[in-house]
Design a protein around this ligand. Sequence first.
Ligand code: AMP
Length: 280
Amino acid sequence: MEVIEKISEVKSFVHQIRTEGKSIGLVPTMGALHPGHISLVDQARKENDIVVCSIFVNPIQFNNPDDLKKYPRTMDKDLEMLKAAGCDMVFMPSVQEMYPEKINKEYDFGIMGGVMEGKFRPGHFNGVAIVVNLLFTIVEPHKAYFGEKDFQQMAIIRKMVELDGLDVKIVPCTIIREDNGLAMSSRNMRLSDEQRDIASVIFRVLKLAKEMALSHEVDQVQQWGIDEIKNSENIELEYFEIVNTYTLESFGTWMDVKSCTACIAAFVGGVRLIDNMKIF
Ligand code: AMP
């Protein structure tokens, strides 16, 4: 497995691979890897000749400086895990390498960019879109793999690919969970065992919301979810919303949409957690 820090070296690696007519699958990450990330690498391994994983804690997508400072970094273990998963190349640039100067691009994602994460984390998706665009330009993947855990991020990336006219297939990958249902996340490292138990209410509420949708109206399910988390101890709800899976818009009745997804953001012990589940 090659580990590359310089963009110019990635470009020659990619040039060589492409001249040989081989396909490239990219898995962008911020490191502190767990089995959720590795499931993306596994899927990329099945579908491509060459698998590239990037590890870059992207400062411009953090709207909270404390979150950036506390973001876990476990580089040696990450590299071991990627090697074991059969990754061919890891791109781990410095901030200076990625942003020798400030990028002023402002994306307009419309409603999609303004709801849920967009509302509570201003500037976050612009930073995500900029870095993913940069990674796509550098690595030139045929396919790129993203987790459904970051449901809204996936929609934003698809939109960015469309807006910028890029030729990359975005492949969604299912959410990998702990035994208690908690969606795996690098941020879970900052939770105690007790806090992990508390956080498992998120998955229980999503699962029950999906069941309730069979016999209740949209606003009833939404209100029930909000109350359920608000009434739980040591967890602070930021939002619980049921949205159109494709447009991320709110809607009135189940008949209004072809598919919808329940999304939650909540804090446990100062750690911000997100999760979602497709209702239908
Ligand atoms: P991150 O390092 O948190 O930016 O995540 C890198 C990629 O891994 C993103 O596409 C995430 O959606 C995906 N990912 C993170 N956690 C999980 C999980 N529990 N299951 C599946 N994919 C995940």
